[in-house]
Design a protein around this ligand. Structure first.
Ligand code: APR
Length: 248
């Protein structure tokens, strides 16, 4: 299967990756679903947009605990780094990620479409100004906009919010023109993100899937399933693609 996957990637004029929470699990960030999934410990209502507007402090307390105090210290792992090396070598054009952890950029990937936004910046609910979270600090909650004094919100997509532009259009276009789409660590359960692989498939892309277990894509869309942890599979795939590739 690895030989077939490497051959498809090398033959393709354009390759993209579509990543979910599973690619960051080996960086210490739990997935949302499945064993030890975040949503088995917390009710996701705290990042539902209407709840956030009605219970700003309670919501912010959980947001800070989970997405900043806990996730904030994560480092990119070998799977993130493998995608960055593939981009540098012209074997991958872009990453479409559902993740908000900025680990693809931290690993060196340059073209990253953040379909669900990012936890790295905060946005003002009133004047729409954006600030790096490092500039604002989260000691005081809810954080307020230095410009107009109104509340700030993390710049990632809450349940009930639209997908941001240009990430939405860029992701759709990328899925439609890529000849190979590598799915890494996603359950495919959340729309509209989960339709990205279907768009690629409709346009004739080869779907390579990396996951520790089969998903709803595996029996339907996936052409080449590479079972295993993202770091192990991506290291092995990179070796197939570039035998003398640097250690990750
Ligand atoms: N390597 C590869 N895959 C893994 C690993 C690993 N080490 N660990 C877990 N996985 C797989 C799981 O089998 C599962 O299929 O990663 C997937 C994680 O699925 P989810 O937790 O549902 O994450 P994701 O698909 O990204 O969720 C989509 O849901 O809650 C929203 O906005 C949130 O972006 C998120 C969206």
């Amino acid at each position: 299967m690895y030989t077939k996957a490497a051959a498809a990637i090398k033959k393709a004029g354009r390759v993209a990756a579509f990543t979910g929470a599973g690619i960051s699990v080996e960086s210490g960030i739990p997935p949302f679903r499945g064993e030890n999934g975040l949503w088995t410990q917390y009710d996701p209502v705290f990042i539902e947009i209407n709840y956030f507007h009605r219970h700003r402090l309670e919501s912010w307390r959980l947001i800070r605990e989970i997405f900043y105090d806990f996730f904030g210290k994560a480092e990119p792992n070998a799977a993130h780094k493998a995608l960055a090396v593939m981009e540098q070598k012209g074997l991958l054009h872009a990453v479409i990620t559902q993740n908000i952890d900025n680990l693809h950029q931290a690993a060196g990937s340059k073209i990253v479409h953040e379909f669900h936004g990012t936890a790295s910046t905060l946005a003002c609910l009133k004047c729409r100004a954006k600030y790096p979270v490092s500039e604002i600090g989260l000691e005081e909650l809810p954080p307020v906009c230095p410009g107009c004094g109104n509340s700030l919100k993390p710049d990632f997509v809450f349940f009930g919010e639209p997908i941001p532009e240009p990430a939405n259009s860029n992701s759709i276009r990328e899925a439609e023109i890529s000849e190979v789409l590598i799915l890494i660590g996603t359950s495919g359960e959340v729309m509209p993100a989960a339709r990205i692989p279907y768009l690629a498939k409709q346009k004739g892309a080869v779907i390579i899937e990396v996951n520790i277990e089969p998903t709803i894509y595996t029996g339907k869309l996936t052409d080449i399933f590479l079972p295993g942890k993202a770091t192990e599979v991506m290291k092995r795939l990179l070796e197939m693609l570039m035998p003398a590739s640097p250690a990750l």
